[in-house]
Write a protein that binds this ligand. Structure first.
Ligand SMILES: [Zn+2]
Length: 184
């Protein structure tokens, strides 16, 4: 897993318990997957989500969709393995874990050992579902505990020789000048 957010690890418990697969996550985010119902114990947003909802009611759409889909009842992952920054994971492809924290403490980008590909989770997104922003941006402060650390991580990602940097393996978005801060 790139990080311990409910919209990323919702299927992990089932994959692990029914498929017998081990779930790997950075050691700093592992406690979240062990007690997913207590997410706020592990990280606090820089800005209250309610502020976004007051300004833009449609900001609630994504969180409500997650709640209706059962995200708040996500179970703990039974077979969990953690890794640390720089480790080569013992999984097919032997990806290297590069810590790109800020969005969560253990946010990680995985670098493939073959073709230059980086799977970067939510270190950078192509639109803001809460703010309504279209185009490359950071996840808003309602879902980020340390946006300064995210900007630092983006600097690290900028040094990579990766042809693609999207979690959906799209071509990397162009990072417009002057948008080096979290939106909202
Ligand atoms: Zn996230």
């Amino acid at each position: 897993m790139t990080h311990g957010h409910l919209d990323h690890f919702g299927l992990a418990q089932r994959v692990s318990s029914q498929g017998g697969a081990a779930v790997w996550i950075h050691a700093a985010d592992a406690p979240i997957l062990k007690t997913p119902g207590r997410t706020r114990r592990h990280w606090k947003p820089e800005r209250a989500p309610a502020r976004y909802a007051l300004r833009r009611p449609s900001a609630l759409r994504a969180p409500l969709h997650l709640a209706r889909s059962g995200a708040l009842n996500t179970s703990a992952v039974p077979v969990l393995r953690s890794f640390r920054d720089g480790e080569l994971l013992d999984v097919p492809g032997r990806p290297k874990a590069l810590r790109t924290s800020g969005h969560t403490a253990g946010s990680t980008t995985f670098l493939s050992s073959g073709p230059a590909v980086a799977f970067r989770g939510d270190a950078l997104v192509t639109e803001g579902s809460i703010t309504g922003h279209r185009g490359p941006c950071l996840i808003c402060r309602a879902f980020t505990p340390d946006s300064a650390a995210v900007r630092e991580s983006l600097g690290t990602l900028g040094t990579l020789d990766a042809r693609r940097a999207g979690r959906h393996a799209r071509p990397p978005p162009r990072w417009p000048r002057g948008r080096g801060s979290a939106r909202g």
